[in-house]
Design a protein around this ligand. Sequence first.
Ligand code: ADP
Ligand code: MG
Ligand code: ZN
Length: 606
Amino acid sequence: MNEQTPKKPNVTLAKYFGAVLIFMLVFNFILMPILQQRRVQEASYSHFLDALDKGIVKVVQLQTSEINYITEEDEIARVYKTGIIDDPTLVPTLREKGVQFGAVIPSKPNPLLSFLLSWILPIGMFALIGYFLRRNMMKQIGNMPGMTFGSKKTAKVYVADESSITFDDVAGQDEAKESLVEIIDYLENPLKYKEIGAKCPKGVLLVGPPGTGKTLIAKAVAGEANVPFFSIAGSEFVEMFVGRGAARVRELFEQAGKNAPCIVFIDEIDTIGKSRDGSLSTNDEREQTLNQLLTEMDGFGANKGVIILAATNRPEVLDPALLRPGRFDRQVPMELPDLQGRIDILKVHAKKVKLEGEIDFHLLARSTSGASGAQLANIINEGALRAVRMGRRAVTQGDLEEAIETVIAGQQKKNAIMSDEEKRVVAYHEIGHALVAAMQTHSAPVQKITIIPRTSGALGYTMQVEEQDKYLVSRTEAENRLATIAGGRAAEEIVFNEITTGAANDIEQMTQLARSMVTKYGMSDEFGMMGLSSGGNRYLGGGETMDCSPVTAQKVDEEVRRIIQEAQEKARSILKENEDVLHKLAAYLKETETITGEEFMKILES
Ligand code: ADP
Ligand code: MG
Ligand code: ZN
């Protein structure tokens, strides 16, 4: 929104009430009298006498030169007027007929009707117009939540009540739930933590692809802890009037402080928290807002009972300042659901619709590999819509299967859903890594393996030991690790006789490790303890520089290639020796999409 568009809502409000007032005045004191003025119609004296005879004359007004009268038939619409005739019998006749006569004709023939017309109708009309105006304005203002007329409310207040969302509404996501349980416990018993002197994490960042339930789980935390929930989306700050973003943040936290213990939820935080030094164009507005947010977060003592949750699907663009200790110091990954996760999510949403006959959730989940929670919720809804279209009163398995086609068809173009063949390749690739690792160390892969794409961008299985996790890595360990990394591509080669791009990250890792072994760790027979490179300071963004002659550099390259080739050979031979179990494990992983270390060992030893 730019500077010209925004109208201050308070000014508009005053204008609005002014307009109502003026209209009411004009309506009641000018329009109504005109409307209510009866048409005056000239009539003959005989018409007057006839009407008198029929007994339909209601009111007569005698004036000096004319007679005005109203008949029952035309009571509201007109007044008749006729010339005066010297008629001495007139007054007695009027009395005889019981006609009301005198000088004044009552101007309001029907008090109820007139009241309705002059007050109730316009008020009703204005209420209606006002309602639509307001709705429109709310949209124009950029959907600021809680931006009500005249009030200074900043964030939506989500007061936990009976109907509020709990963890039961969030299917799967067990790891996320686990790490949020502590937050809930803190909100419920802050004293327990205070006594010991433990500080609860001030900010928790929910990270994951769209539709994985980040917003949902944030609400569930509030529901579980039974505390107020203040939420605002990052985009709302940015679209707001110039100079308002920072003020909004201040108001939001002010309000939260008054309502502690409570949860402040900043959805889509990447819109304000984008890294500042990364882009060329600076956005002062956003920067001010971000600075205000950082200030507020620092200002909140850990024991104030305000927990800040935020969600993003682009953690990599966040300003590092946001992730510093005391700010969003805990990250909770929200991943796409695996087979069991999808079954659970489908069941949660299926409870909301009427079902008919046997529903095979397992089958539905199997054909939606890679779908997000939001997409699964959408599938159930599409199924229900289809049932309605078909004139049925409940949702059948067929409806849901059709719904998958509709929902997934749209997604498949975007490559969000993995094809069956892709799943097979990824399953073999991941098992390849894990099997090589297990056969070398004779121990279970520590982490679970999954073929659902992870937020990190890496394929499910991450190496068990990262360089920085361990102080000392032996040469054997380094070589084992190289073989493990090579295992993914090796499995593809053995099974499909074809290789894919899926190993790009592996290749990068392998090369880096093998090169370090030669140039830094003195782990090659060729060079021994000769330091060949220096630098590689990632904070300065510079790469490593070779400290050797071009001839040596060439030899280094050859040595690196030899180490990598050896690792590849080793991986291939391990997998060939264990081809049976490779097929068994891969088939299992493809089916369930996730395999724990325990399950892995069971199949391996069977
Ligand atoms: P995000 O904020 O991660 O983009 P949302 O929380 O907005 O995702 O999820 C959108 C909808 O998808 C939710 O309202 C819910 O209906 C459904 N959904 C997503 N994940 C889950 C889940 N794990 N369990 C149940 N429903 C889910
Ligand atoms: Mg969301
Ligand atoms: Zn790999």
